[in-house]
Write a protein that binds this ligand. Sequence first.
Ligand code: PGA
Length: 237
Amino acid sequence: MKIIKVKSYEEMSRKAADIIGAQVILKPNCVIGLATGSTPVGTYRNLIEDNEKGKLDFSAVTTFNLDEYVKLDVSSPQSYRYFMNDNLFNHINIDKENNTFVPNGCAKDLVAEGEAYDAKIKAYGGIDLQLLGIGVDGHIGFNEPDEVFTAPTHEVVLDESTIEANARFFSCADEVPKTAITMGMKSIMQAKKILFIANGKNKKEITEKAFFGPITPAVPASILQLHPDVTVIISEE
Ligand code: PGA
């Protein structure tokens, strides 16, 4: 594990974009796993800038997002498909229609949707670089604390702490969907490289637990201790 300590959110975002950019330069048709939430927004802003300046070309890149709320239409600004289009895909030269994937939370059969999502990741040769944030409860994607690590892409019941944390994107906590579909630990752990970013005092304790505490599904991110190529960028803020 490589830990990069930086001073600010801006520095974290720049460094994360540099690492994603390096991956795109190394392998122009790479597969990148992407995350939503407040943490990666600055990273995406930097990638947009680099693309605008002609430093990065996303035309052959494929992306797979970690998760999506269940039964929230993609036209809703709170959906993760909407978030990705708005914060990244609409502003870079990626083939949004054909090369960007987000699990379909409106699928009738979420088990089949999960299986198809993992099969698609496999068909693309797996994820070259997976970007991850962390929830205050230690989740990665929406893999919430549990008694076991769950391997496939699957439906989850969101923790109260997650609903509370994400209520800021909705008009009230009651509007936050109670369930979601998330990439499971298999597709995450089989990514060739992991790029983990964390910022803010509320992430300090859980990030320490994740990387220096016991490996346990009670702290889902702790599974990353077993991954051979993890870069952690953590802001002193
Ligand atoms: P945040 O969410 O970036 O909005 O803090 C991270 C997460 O829940 O994984």
